[in-house]
Design a protein around this ligand. Structure first.
Ligand SMILES: [Zn+2]
Length: 130
């Protein structure tokens, strides 16, 4: 019989996707690397500990599909960030003191987006690719 603790220890108590430390008796999830809807089973090899954030984003994707999604999301985020910083630079170059508030807001929004998306940059997952 599979126990939650055995699954927890597969990754030394870290989320299999982002590497975040999980509380042993916390609210971490048992993830099916290959989802049940795609024929995944309840065997030990298919079950991995995951934080609520990663498991919520992974949904019905396989581990490999989720890794690809994380990478493409990261690229999109970087592209958006580059555009927004270029916009901030053009505001700065205009040299208008009245635009400083606008510039500050633009930069703070870029920083907030990056902070909220930190997990997206973690692509070195523990689960072997299938
Ligand atoms: Zn995670």
């Amino acid at each position: 019989m599979l126990r939650r603790g055995n699954i927890y220890h597969k990754t030394d108590g870290k989320c299999a996707y982002c590497g975040k430390e999980l509380e042993p008796f916390g609210t971490w999830h048992i993830d099916h690397a290959k989802p049940r809807k795609q024929g995944g089973n309840n065997e030990f090899d298919n079950l991995w500990p995951a934080c609520a954030n990663c498991n919520g984003q992974k949904k019905g994707k396989t581990a490999t599909e989720f890794q690809c999604w994380v990478i493409s999301s990261s690229i999109e985020l970087l592209q958006r960030t580059i555009k927004r910083l270029a916009c901030a630079r053009s505001i700065l170059n205009s040299g208008d003191a009245e635009t400083s508030k606008e510039l500050r807001e633009a930069i703070m929004n870029v920083i907030s987006d990056l902070e909220e998306s930190q997990a997206h940059f973690y692509t070195d997952t523990i689960i072997p690719s299938s």
